[in-house]
Design a protein around this ligand. Sequence first.
Ligand code: ADP
Length: 730
Amino acid sequence: MSLANKLALERRGRLAAERLLELKEAELSAANRKLGRHAAALQGEIVETRAEVANVKTENERVKTELGQANQKVEIAERRLWHSVQTITDGFAFFNSENRMIAANSSYLTVFDNLELIRPGVHYVTILQVLTDEGIINTGKLTPEAWRELMTERWMQPQPEPITIRLWNDQYIKLVDRRGHGGDIVSLGLNITEAVQYEKQLKSARAEAEAASRAKSAFLANMSHEIRTPMNGVVGMAELLCDTGLSEEQQLYVETIKNSGEALLVIINDVLDYSKIEAQKLQLHPEPFDLERCIHDVIMLLQPSAREKNLTLLVDYDLFLPTVYVGDPGRIRQVLTNLMGNAVKFTSQGHVLVRVTGVPDLENGQAVVNIAIEDTGIGIPEDKIKHIFGEFNQVENERNRQFDGTGLGLAISKRLVDLMSGEMWVTSEDGVGSCFGFKVPFELGTAELPAHPPVPEGLRLIMVVDDIEANRTILRRQLEQIGMGVMTCSNAKEALEQLNQIDLVLTDHNMPGMDGLELAEATCAAGSEVPIVLLSSNSTYAASDPGAQHVHAILQKPLPRADLFTHLQSVGPLLGNQKANTANSGSDERKMRVLAAEDNKTNQLVFRKMIKNADVDLEFADNGEEAVELFQSFEPDMIFMDISMPKMDGKEAATKIREIEKERGGHIPIVALTAHAMDGDDQGILASGIDHYLTKPLRKPQIHSKLRELCPAEASPPFPEEEADARQTG
Ligand code: ADP
């Protein structure tokens, strides 16, 4: 190779090397620049981080200080709390969720006499064990095992009920345990010894007071019971003496003896009843009875006093409410007599209305019956309303003082209603009137609702004439409910003008201006033949009035709805001109046979005299044995049976008679004669097969009414001439 070529080659090589060098230098400086930039960025970050660190450090310092302060406060609070817990006299302990004690105050530990074993960490079950083993607890009737089991079971409940335990030294501790969220339990032991002892004292004081009150009531009950027996002689003999030939002066004396005797008996009866209720000796004797009849019976009793004052007695018995219930008819009658008697007593004009409502629950065979007695009497001042239900309490004011009474009636009635699980209430406006009401749950006596009353044939439009609006409304509703058209008139004159198209007139007797009988007369005189039915509160008197010939029937008012409907049916236009005359025509039937078992000769005499007007065959038995014999030989239609008799008492005799009847059939009514039944006596009486009982002293009307009631169809009525007399004299 030539030199020139060699030089050229070397030059090219050098140039290439220089180019490479330049390239590398450029790369190097680029890398250097990048490094420089990175270093600068890093520098910035380091400065920032340093500042942050400094910040965090300060923050940390602050938090630390605050935490320290908070800790201090918590410690102080905890110390104070624990101090308080230590100072309280009640026991206090915490348990963890594994039932181990975390801490307990000294009161809690004192119970264990600071036993070494009972300290934080101890299990609840061990505590129970120590309590029984060391005899700290009085487990009463439970064995220690049973007691521990009971307590453990309780402890395991999510929220155990408080329990009172008794310690060996008769201290009573009430344990109240509360489980927290994490399963911890706070246990409080409250010392309630004083409260328990106080309660015990109260209980024994109350038991003593109740026993004393019962003893007092029993004494009163026995006393009034004993007083009744001799009163029998006094009232009975006075009643008989009244019927003998006496001068006017003597008659006055005897009547005074009789009236005073009877007044005394009312008081004795009230005291006896009240005492029996107080002594918890009064029991109810439920049996099926007809409530509507019961109300009408009481009305019959009150009718004479109501008539004297010209008061109208009304009954509004819900048409579709059953009438037969299972209850104690005697006691219901007593409540009704008290309330209705008061209503009549404290009312001088207007009316007394008995309203009966209720909703029967046929499915359960029950009904809650509401009975309200409204009057238009003197009313009761508002501030006295509560007072009058208290025993011997009466409204003491000028108006009230003219009425006599014991102030026991309402107290007894209220307690009787309470005893029947019922309620009693009163609303009243002074000077305007009162409404006494009570509601009683009854079992239904029959499973059916009362049948729809028959619609009288041929009767479409009835005219009701009555001056008292309440009565017009009641009759209108009752008649409309069975589908009849009703027109009402408040006076007879108005009625006379509207007789056209009327099928029947149902008129009240006593009305201002023209009365019911005069209306009948005027109707006849006007040539109308429309039948007239007279409702009178004194039907016997009405029947004796010459005007009676113009009416088609005279009904005693108020009368049960069923009776009214039955009468209407028979008195419909089909009856024509037939006049009402229900007199019993004489017949040649045999006399009623009556057996009276009574050992006491005086009482036999009283009894004989009392029924001397009765047309019956009477036989006496001196004791129960004779009664059973005569039952077979004399074959009485009914028996009056004294209860306490020598040889065989009345109950035994009745049982024997019922046994005989079982073989040969039949059922003779037996009426017991008792000196007021005491503590379940009456139950025994009825259980022995006796059907009714009368309490001594015997009264003529009671005995007569039993004779009338129990006279069989085949015997002649016991008082035919008495009924005829009544019709003549009115
Ligand atoms: P008594 O009628 O024997 O006085 P009660 O206990 O039956 O006793 O009644 C207590 C009192 O309540 C009566 O004395 C009377 O003041 C008042 N009282 C009761 N019923 C009525 C009534 N219907 N109207 C006005 N006051 C009445």
